[in-house]
Ligand binder design. Structure first.
Ligand code: PDD
Length: 288
């Protein structure tokens, strides 16, 4: 079974045979949106949540979704199977399509380009679970961060700035508030309560974030949405980031100072265990 089969505009084919025109608006303008969906035990995790967010992203950039949820689901099931089932990370993107000329204005009568691929997904490494470093960086993005746009140059630059500083993630500050990571959502623990910034146009409504909030609520862990100032971030007992590919990661150093006692905190331990148990239930077909 091949492990490099991708989906492009109606066909499944090896990745080296998949080509897109240089006139594609995604290539010329970054004019498109995407999703990243983890697959556990051959099944797409929280698929409906991802497809709903895809709808919102497409609406946000005024591209009509060329596929309904059943069609998306059928394509992704086939893609997962073509790539050997098991654990994978599915990347999908929809661009505005191939236009006859390079013009900022929307082209008339173009078909969106639909692409999806699979990459291997491994369990978070022990070194990551032991805690990673983050640095704070001024958020240089636009004001539609709730749209999962493929136009990721600011995120790329901020993530690289963090890596260059020896950190695993950039935590973004805007007008004195911490919003999210360059490719993740943000949680802090303060006085025994888990806090995460409320959804707004300044951050991506993460699917992992929502699951963490759900798990806290279901298990009696105090959790609420609240603005997090840079000072609150720095004095937090625990800081975590979350994403579909990294799950929930403890930040144990922030801007070269320890977070709390410099070790993953007790609430992270609890939430991480709940997250793993939920994944196990999903693999076993006990949750959808
Ligand atoms: N990024 N915020 C940003 C800016 C992100 O790019 C991501 C995920 C998240 C977390 O969202 P979710 O829990 O739905 O993965 C928050 C993906 C993984 C990426 O760009 O590869």
């Amino acid at each position: 079974m091949s492990r490099d089969i991708v989906y492009l505009n109606g066909s499944f084919l090896p990745v080296h045979e998949a080509t897109v025109s240089v006139m594609d608006r995604g290539f010329l303008f970054g004019d498109g949106v995407y999703e990243v969906i983890p697959v556990y035990g051959g099944r797409a995790f929280r698929l409906e949540h991802h497809l709903q967010r895809l709808d919102l992203s497409l609406q946000g950039v005024r591209i009509a979704n060329p596929l309904d949820h059943v069609q998306w689901s059928d394509i992704l099931i086939a893609l997962i199977r073509h790539n050997g089932g098991g654990d994978q990370s599915i990347y999908l993107q929809v661009t505005r399509g191939v236009a006859p000329t390079r013009d900022h204005a929307f082209p008339a009568d173009v078909q969106p380009t639909v692409f999806a691929m699979s990459t291997p997904l491994t369990e978070p490494a022990a070194a990551v679970r032991a805690g990673v470093a983050a640095v704070t960086i001024d958020d240089i993005r636009w004001k539609h961060c709730n749209i999962k746009a493929i136009t990721l140059l600011p995120n790329v630059l901020m993530r690289q700035q963090a890596l260059d500083a020896g950190a695993a993630e950039a935590i973004l500050l805007r007008d004195g508030l911490a919003t999210e990571g360059a490719a993740s959502n943000l949680f802090i623990v303060s006085g025994g309560t888990v806090l995460t910034p409320p959804k707004s146009n300044l951050l991506l409504p993460g699917i992992t974030r929502d699951l963490v909030v759900e798990l806290c609520q279901a298990h009696g862990i105090p959790c609420c949405e609240a603005d997090i100032s840079a000072d609150e971030l720095r004095s937090a007992d625990e800081v975590w980031i979350s994403s579909s590919t990294r799950e929930v990661v403890p930040i144990t150093r922030l801007d070269d100072a320890p977070v709390g006692d410099g070790k993953p905190g007790p609430l992270w331990q609890q939430v991480s265990a709940l997250y793993s148990a939920y994944k196990q239930d999903f693999r076993a077909g006990k949750v959808q």
